[in-house]
Design a protein around this ligand. Structure first.
Ligand SMILES: [Fe+2]
Ligand SMILES: [Fe+2]
Length: 223
């Protein structure tokens, strides 16, 4: 039952994503042929601007780390007939997420976190180590990470309600965050359905990874 769901998500995502990009006219400031760039609204307070900076910095770092985690898991479990394709499908979605976040970071002139290289290495290490512990531990890692990231995107959506909607970048940001939150929650569901909770020391593993993700979010908010 899961495979058709995951497959449908994966196959429909690339088509929907292209449509989404076209309809929303994502722009590349480095491309002189690009249409008007949607930049951060100017009618927001300094506090709101700072919060938006932090939010997009965290999102970009989170998607980099997510890519690295799935890369690490796929490196170990890529040939597993069950886990391999599932991990690949989720990883493909994360690749799309980071493409969008990279564009938003440029459009809104956000400074990336200085922790980006650490996010890549730590993410890959986390993915590889949990995969070495077994398929269930890899899924427990996904469950813990996606729980925190899903909650983070959800909190961010609520914070964005205070931003003025008269600039096209704001509704666009809300749509991106909402769509990505739903994707992360799909990943969470896939992990649970694939026996994340049968992982050895599941509670301890989940607590450890979840706490690590929350610390990483707070660090990226600041640096
Ligand atoms: Fe993601
Ligand atoms: Fe995800």
């Amino acid at each position: 039952m899961l495979r058709p769901i995951a497959s449908r998500i994966s196959h429909s995502f690339s088509r929907d994503f292209r449509r989404f990009l076209a309809s929303r006219a994502y722009t590349d400031p480095s491309n002189s042929n690009s249409p008007a760039v949607t930049t951060t609204p100017t009618n927001i307070t300094v506090k709101q601007r700072n919060e938006l900076d932090s939010a997009l910095r965290i999102d970009q770092a989170g998607e980099i780390a997510a890519n690295a985690i799935y890369h690490g898991q796929h490196f170990i479990l890529g040939r597993d007939p069950v886990a391999g394709p599932l991990i690949k499908e989720m990883w493909e979605q994360e690749k799309k997420h980071i493409e969008v976040m990279d564009k938003l970071q440029v459009q809104h002139n956000i400074r990336p976190t200085i922790l980006t290289p650490i996010a890549r290495v730590a993410g890959f290490g986390l993915g590889a180590v949990t995969a070495l512990m077994g398929k269930e531990a890899a899924m427990a890692c996904t469950e813990a990470v996606e729980t925190v990231i899903g909650e983070h995107y959800n909190d961010q959506l609520k914070e964005m309600e205070s931003l003025p909607s008269d600039n096209p970048s704001v509704p666009l940001l809300r749509e991106v965050v909402e769509e990505f939150r739903d994707d992360e929650l799909e990943h969470l569901e896939i992990a649970v359905v694939n026996h994340a909770q049968r992982a050895p020391a599941h509670a301890l593993l989940s607590s450890f990874i979840g706490a690590g993700c929350k610390i990483a979010i707070e660090l990226c908010r600041r640096v």
